[in-house]
Design a protein around this ligand. Structure first.
Ligand code: ASP
Length: 585
């Protein structure tokens, strides 16, 4: 038996017990005649004591040789500590060691294994196994486990069956590039790793599984944005014989269950917002509604004077910044610089100070009088003491810019409290989205999403206006889940694919299996998927999903610990029929 107890277990009640402990040396304090060692494992820290009077000489010597992160086993007696440590649960006792075995030595770790380590991100990623020994990382992994257990519990109780679907498949378009795997046995052919199990879960519905879920890895070869992982985990779900309402109810239930069990927070019924309203009021389809600062559209009250910038704009829109009227000229100039950064891209910003005495002072006083400005205040909900920030230009761009400003200001004003949870359903997404570069429409969600009843006919005449049976769950300004009611008949699916630019041949080659299945009694069905990594990090009150993944990749998609991706040798390439000679490359 390696140990009788863990290092987080012993209390005053154990005094005089003979125990065996094992773990890592966190710290050695050597006073010569007395040595203390903090012994650590996943469960906590227990103090060991060696002293000249009570500890055999050879053990004393051994203890002096211990270094940080050595793995040891000790036998000894639990005794009451003279000076108690209130900060740790085992702080009232220590172990008087009678036997010490060094199970393994350790090099000096490249960073301290402390909550506040001296190691930067890169070095910690390279030695992630050491990083995992630190409480913050370890606790996050345990937290993630708790969340997934609750997910499994809730969904199982609701009658969902967890079914595994394959990883070596054919492309399932979710809007990203596929990672591909060459097939050795099928020359010149490739598998794709799933961007999601979308088509398989639909086939499970055709197969009569009725309620499916899976906590599953998905793979998307996207240009990496900050805090995106090329492989990530979804809670993937699908149900048959349901309507949108059933899905929203079940998954609102799941989210509420998690908030209650994990965060001990009770939330009221989740509000719902139309996609169009979200865009109009927040410039964004995943609004953070923990705070106000809703957009006020000002075209009507700002395009009647000689101010060309506004007159030529498709949209003039503003937000009221609480108590912003006190900002100095310099502070406002900084805000203007902020919106003009290339990442945001605004050309400039008009502002209005709503003074305490009810008057207004704006950067466009030359063009607008007090009555005009009062109307702007009314439209943006600005009160005395607030600052109105106004952007103008092309609708989509301006909305994105003002949305970025709204989030930035909320962050600065401390309005994004991670302890407050504000979930929200966004419904009635457009079915199609125009790709500005190619001028083609593509599926906003994915090609299997059904249009709202009666909208299919609009596909030809007004493709951009067709609404989908699609919904997203948003939590604190993050999209944590999304899904749709699916197309379940071959004809509609064919029409849809045609509109997405697939030739009949391509459609058949890529999705024939699904459309064939639809001909054998496919039930009406729908579902959604939650992004587990993001969900866990929000529930954990933290920003970065990397911190909740045991072995994450960096921003260039690399695993710096195992050093992947890596070249493979020519022999392997030949075997895979990839006639690529790396030497000449
Ligand atoms: N497969 C979709 C996704 O990964 C989710 C769904 O429609 O259920 O976003």
């Amino acid at each position: 038996m390696y140990r009788s107890h863990t290092n987080g277990e012993l209390r005053l009640a154990n005094v005089n017990n003979e125990v065996t402990l094992a773990g890592w040396v966190q710290k050695v304090r050597d006073k010569g005649f007395m040595i203390w060692v903090d012994l650590r494992d996943r469960y906590g820290i227990t103090q060991l004591i060696f002293d000249e009077e009570r500890t055999p000489k050879e053990i004393m010597e051994q203890a002096k040789s211990l270094g940080r992160e050595f793995v040891i086993q000790v036998k000894g007696t639990v005794i009451e500590r003279q000076s108690k440590n209130k900060n740790i649960e085992t702080g009232e006792v220590e172990i008087l060691v009678s036997q010490l075995t060094i199970l393994n030595k350790s090099l000096t770790p490249p960073f301290t294994i402390e909550d506040d380590t001296d190691g930067g991100e890169d070095i910690r990623m390279k030695y992630r196994y050491l990083d995992i020994r630190r409480n913050p990382v370890k606790d996050n992994l345990i937290f993630r486990h708790k969340v997934t257990m609750e997910v499994r519990k809730y969904l199982s109780e609701e009658g969902f069956i967890e079914v595994e679907t394959p990883y070596l498949i054919k492309s399932t378009p979710e809007g990203a590039r596929d990672f591909v795997v060459p097939s050795r046995m099928n020359e010149g052919q490739f598998y794709a790793l799933p961007q999601s199990p979308q088509t398989f879960k639909q086939l499970l519905m055709v197969g009569g599984m009725d309620k499916y879920f899976q906590i599953v890895k998905c793979f998307r070869d996207e240009d990496l944005r900050a805090d995106r992982q090329p492989e990530f985990t979804q809670i993937d779900c699908e149900m048959a014989f349901i309507e949108q309402e059933d899905i929203l109810t079940i998954f609102e239930g799941l989210t509420r269950h998690l908030l209650k069990e994990i965060n001990e927070v009770e939330v009221a019924k989740f509000p719902r917002m139309l996609y169009d309203d979200a865009m109009r009021l927040y410039g964004n389809d995943k609004p953070d509604i923990r705070f106000g600062m809703e957009f006020g559209e000002l075209n009507e009250v700002a395009q009647h004077k000689d101010f060309k910038v506004f007159n030529s704009a498709e949209l003039v829109v503003g937000i009221a910044v609480p108590n912003g009227a006190s900002y100095t000229r310099k502070e406002i100039d900084k805000l203007i610089d902020w919106v003009r950064r290339p990442q945001v891209g605004a050309l400039g910003m008009v502002y209005v100070k709503c003074n305490d005495d009810g008057t207004y002072k704006s950067s466009v006083d030359k063009f607008y009088n007090q009555d005009d400005l009062a109307k702007w205040a009314e439209k943006t909900g600005a009160k005395s003491g607030d600052l109105i920030c106004i952007l103008s230009g092309e609708t989509n761009k301006v909305r994105a810019q003002l949305s970025a400003l709204r989030m930035e200001l909320a962050e600065r004003l401390g309005l994004r409290n991670p302890k407050v949870f504000a979930p929200l359903w966004i419904v009635d997404f457009p079915l199609l989205e125009l790709d500005e570069e190619t001028g083609h429409y593509h599926a906003m969600h994915h090609p299997f999403t059904s249009p709202k009843p009666g909208q299919l006919e609009l596909l030809d005449s007004k493709p951009g206006e067709v609404k989908a049976n699609a919904y997203d769950l948003v939590l604190n300004g993050n999209e944590i889940g999304g899904g749709s009611i699916r197309i379940h008949d071959k004809k509609t699916q064919e029409i849809m694919l045609r509109h997405l630019g697939f030739s009949d041949e391509d459609a058949k080659a890529q999705f024939g299996f699904l459309m064939d299945a639809f001909e054998y009694g496919a039930p009406p069905h729908g579902g959604l998927a939650f992004g587990l990594d993001r969900l866990v990090s929000i529930l954990g009150g933290q920003e970065t999903i990397r911190d909740f993944i045991a072995f994450p990749k960096n921003n260039s998609g690399r695993d710096v610990m195992i050093d992947a991706p890596a070249p493979i040798d020519n022999e392997q390439l030949t075997e895979l029929n990839l006639k690529l000679d790396l030497k000449t490359n």
